[in-house]
Design a protein around this ligand. Sequence first.
Ligand code: NAP
Length: 477
Amino acid sequence: MLYINGQWCDAHSNQTFEVKNPATGDIVASVAKGDAVDAEAAITAAQAALQSWGKKTAKERYAYMKKAADILRSRTDEIAELVTREMGKPVAEAKGELGLAIDYLDWYAEEGKRIYGDTIPASATNKRIIVIRQPIGVVGAITPWNFPLAMITRKVAPAIAAGCTIVLKAASATPLSAIEIFKAFDEAGLPPGVVNLVNGSASAVVGAMMKSPVVRKITFTGSTEVGKELVRQSADTMKKVSMELGGNAPFLVFEDADLEKAAEGAIASKFRNAGQTCVCTNRIYVQKSVAKKFAEIIAEKMKLLVVGNGLDAGVNIGPLIDNQAIEKVEDQIADAMSKGATLISGGSRLMEGELAKGTFFQPTVLLHTTQEMKISREETFGPVAPIFEFETEEEVIQKANDTEFGLASYVFTQNLSRMFRVAEALEYGIVGINDPLPTVAQAPFGGVKESGVGREGGKYGIEDYLDYKFLSIQLEI
Ligand code: NAP
């Protein structure tokens, strides 16, 4: 179903598309496939709702958002299971993601109360300068499948807290998770048109958003390739853009690190969501003097990873999203092996028994990987951990920065001076220092270079949905 102007509806064309469970190949549901006509209807509804929503007090907006958050909280088990059936991540991870999705609603419900302006000393005694903050207007949002809940609230929560209205298109792999979030908005009683959901054809729905002069801001999370195209398209109507794009995260392990903790961290960061997160470790750099020991610890800990259907107890790695994802991983492994890498564990698609119905891949470790291999240049988005060796701090900083991406990076060391030296030299928006999982609602998430523009989360995330207005007042004094 689409959600337009406070109503659940079919696509105007009556077209639908199917959602497939990547663990079993089963069809989970058939959902409405929106197009440009549906998107235009949603944009019109969002425009009509903008004035009255913008005039509500922060406290009124807070009440709606808190209610939606509470509804989602009360449905944790059923929503988490749905996420697992729709895109494969283990139920425990899906619950964790829902917790984060709710955190964004809770946090921005409060932050909406702190949208402050300024007064500025004027240049004349009879003048006063005041700066007020106002909602930017109607927002177009596009989200990916790998965090099908949290990527939605990370956009919708700051947008509506700022007084904007929004039209969102979720990934075609995960429309059902999006529908659950919008059900909560509906049940919380948000006024018609404030939030609208139009799933369906990416080119048609997003195309309508990009063409519309009413849509003043585009917020996108997804691949760098699509992000660049949307930035180009946004030029015609000069939209403000936020782009949360791909990553190629380096994970640096120095000889003074706690190797046990570093290995646990590398596994947590590399294999979460089967390696399908934008902040997943992509390249593990280990100082030569401890590389052998580190590889042994990793190999031992990896024995604890259980691949399977995320609904089954004990499973901590689910399937990849589709066959294309498997092919990308296979291609990167073959390329690395042909250039001298050594396979330590894994390396193949899992085809035994029930697993053959899904898109499962063995957790894989490669040694002797180098900068020339595809795996060091491209985002892997799969459960493959390549281990690179380095000798000096200077060398590893150069190698870590040798990429067009700049989203997340990780440093494991117990030397305080090195922590700061290295963290400050890394060209990344996020540095996890002895911390493999840094994402929280109150901190700024986002990248530099081709990983994007703008930040989501925290006081920084609401800025993107606000404009400044300068009031110059002449008085009779
Ligand atoms: P994607 O292919 O770029 O798709 C993302 C969204 O864009 C989906 O809703 C998709 O719709 C839509 N889309 C696809 N092609 C489009 C086009 N030509 N015009 C307009 N919209 C289009 O990315 P994905 O495979 O879903 O997600 C994985 C990527 O997202 C990875 O690169 C990952 O690093 C990145 N990501 C980044 C962050 C971050 O915060 N930086 C967070 C999560 C993921 P359809 O599904 O209908 O094709």
